[in-house]
Design a protein around this ligand. Structure first.
Ligand code: GLY
Length: 596
């Protein structure tokens, strides 16, 4: 079955059941303080699940594009993706368990003709104030589900809210017990026997991949209250979600969702471009990550996201860079052509569907992808060199890699796992938070690097400051010594010592040199060197700073070299032009320059 056929079946089924099609929400959310992406079909319906009247009535359905960053580490197995389409239906205080389970069973067994003996269901076993869901058990039995195909689980498996089980739900969050349907790919495939879980007994929620969860009916009837308990909502709702890609895999009776037609042409391109066969190689997991991440990236790009270090842009950057690292591990190379071809394949698969228009979007997709991949490949080699210097990389080094070479945390985690150990994300976050605090102090102008933040403009001024430092020495002589600097998005400020009064035209010359160096488009590179070696090659340093035994030195072409923590632009051409706006004497032999 193709994905288009499945979508049509879903639509006609709910139309027959007198449901109304509710427009899906955008994948990328703007101005939503709680979340960056739509991650479930129910998300846009929260006010109506809470009791507000929906203009289309009480029975709704649709297919929603979803992105779930929480699953990013699971991608690589047969069934997890960050991006997927969720087929959903809802009762907003209308029908409840009896109709819902009956209809879902009808859809799976009659519309899709999935054999009953291959279907298993799960129900909530009860916890705290919420009882076990014997009502659903009765309904499943009435529908003909055998006793040994019905399994009870706790709130970790059979409770759904956007934030997980009751103890994780914030005040005001809605959720409830759920009942899932699983497809069994069968013992004969020996999936369990060949999995890391082979020592344990297999069951529907076993992680071996033999069973695939294909649908989840959530009975949304609770809200978390301020005193920590669950209160009943004014109405009992149904919120069903089933992953289209997974249902397709079940219909095709192949446990690998990457074999469905929403992935197969992407995998094929990765095979062609890398020369590696998906089925035969040990790099299957990597190829799946590339396929998933590139697909999610394309959907973000067409929604207007561009790679950056913030919010949605950072997620896009992470996806592209993770895909890049995996590609390198598959083919030893970073062929930008591969990423562009994959981007095109994604547009071809979804052309005409939910915001995708291949003809109009292919240039944008190709340029955003190639731009980011080119940027990353420049820092990748240096980053890997830095990584390989260490016998054992810890969370602090992982943070350096993130900060200085653009390695998302998981990229370093992937890399260290290949060496047989792993990093603690909490400790990495501690470094991240402490850095953020330092940056906050930076806004007050007291950060030691003198940067207000790490915006593009600040980076440009930062590199310009290195050019300024060297140009001052060229014009005013080697007595010039940095006394301080402070950079904001509006201007750079640089304080320096000089042993004599500068000539009247000295700063014109300085400005001219800086702009010449900008026009030369010099590349900016960073090296980590033993302090002694850095001093030997004449790298400038800020004498008030205390340096360790190893220092970072930024080279601007062969014009300037300076001890510095970064970050900088990659090429002086990015700076544009620099104008010295003010020069003043601030002390004996001390001067201050402002430039923009
Ligand atoms: N909203 C139901 C689910 O995501 O499983």
């Amino acid at each position: 079955m193709t994905h288009q056929e499945l979508r049509t079946l879903w639509t006609s089924f709910w139309e027959k059941k007198a449901h109304k099609l509710v427009s899906p929400a955008p994948l990328v959310l703007q101005n939503d303080p709680t979340t960056l992406f739509t991650s479930s079909g129910m998300q846009p319906l929260i006010p109506y699940l809470n009791g507000e009247a929906h203009p289309l009535g009480k029975k709704l359905y649709n297919i929603q594009l979803c992105f779930r960053a929480v699953d990013i580490d699971e991608v690589g197995n047969n069934r997890h993706t960050t991006f997927f389409e969720m087929m959903g239906n809802w009762s907003l205080g209308d029908y409840f368990k009896e109709e819902q389970l009956g209809w879902i069973w009808e859809f799976f067994t009659q519309e899709l003709k999935l054999p009953k003996e291959k279907l298993y269901v799960s129900v909530f076993e009860g916890e705290g104030e919420v009882f076990a869901d014997h009502e659903s058990v009765k309904i499943w039995k009435k529908l003909g589900v055998a006793d040994d195909h019905i399994h009870f689980y706790g709130s970790d498996k059979n409770w759904w809210s956007r934030s997980g089980p009751p103890n994780k739900m914030p005040v005001g969050e809605i959720g409830g017990p759920d009942s899932e349907v699983f497809y069994d790919f069968g013992e004969d495939l020996k999936i369990h026997e060949n999995s890391p879980f082979k020592e344990k007994e297999c069951h529907p929620n076993c992680d071996c991949g033999r069973f695939l969860e294909i649908g989840n009916s959530v009975f949304i009837q609770y809200k978390k209250s301020a005193n920590g308990s669950l209160t009943e909502l004014p109405q009992k709702n149904v919120d069903y979600g089933g992953g289209l890609e997974r249902i397709l895999a079940a219909v095709n009776n192949d446990p690998d969702i990457f074999k469905t037609d929403v992935f197969s042409s992407i995998i094929r391109i990765i095979e062609v471009e890398t020369g590696i066969s998906y089925d035969k190689s040990e790099k299957k997991a990597e190829m799946r990550v590339i396929a998933d991440h590139m697909k999610a990236a394309v959907f973000m790009i067409v929604s207007g996201v561009i790679p950056s270090n913030k919010e949605q842009g950072y997620m896009l950057r992470r996806l592209l860079r993770r895909a890049a690292i995996k590609t390198r591990s598959v083919s030893g190379d970073l062929p930008v052509k591969l990423f562009i071809s994959v981007g095109n394949a994604v547009l071809t698969i979804y052309d005409g569907y939910d915001g995708i228009n291949k003809k109009e979007q292919e240039t944008l997709v190709a340029s955003v992808i190639s731009n980011e991949m080119n940027k990353f490949s420049q820092s990748l080699d240096n980053g890997l060199k830095y990584f390989n210097k260490y016998e054992k990389v810890d969370e602090k080094i992982a943070f350096d890699l993130f900060q200085n070479f653009g390695f998302p945390f998981e990229v370093t985690q992937e890399l260290v796992e290949e060496k047989g150990y792993s990093l603690d994300p909490t400790r990495f976050n501690e470094h991240y938070e402490s850095h953020k605090n330092q940056s906050r102090t930076a806004s007050a102008g007291t950060f030691k690097g003198g940067l207000a933040d790490q915006s593009e403009q600040v980076l440009k001024y930062h590199t310009a400051t290195h050019l300024l430092h060297q140009a001052l020495r060229d014009v005013l002589g080697p007595s010039v010594r940095q006394e301080g600097s402070n950079i904001t998005g509006e201007r750079l400020r640089f304080d320096f010592f000089v042993d004599k009064k500068p000539d009247t035209d000295a700063f014109k010359k300085v400005e001219q040199i800086i702009n010449e160096k900008i026009a030369e488009k010099l590349s900016v590179e960073c090296k980590i060197l033993p302090k002694k070696e850095a001093e030997k090659i004449g790298a400038l340093y800020f004498f008030k700073e205390k340096y360790g035994d190893e220092v970072k030195v930024y080279f601007v072409g062969d014009y300037s070299k300076e001890f510095c923590g970064g970050p900088h632009v990659q090429n002086t051409g990015e700076i544009g032009s620099i104008k010295i706006t003010k020069v003043k004497k601030i002390g004996s032999n001390l001067m201050r320059i402002y430039a923009q």
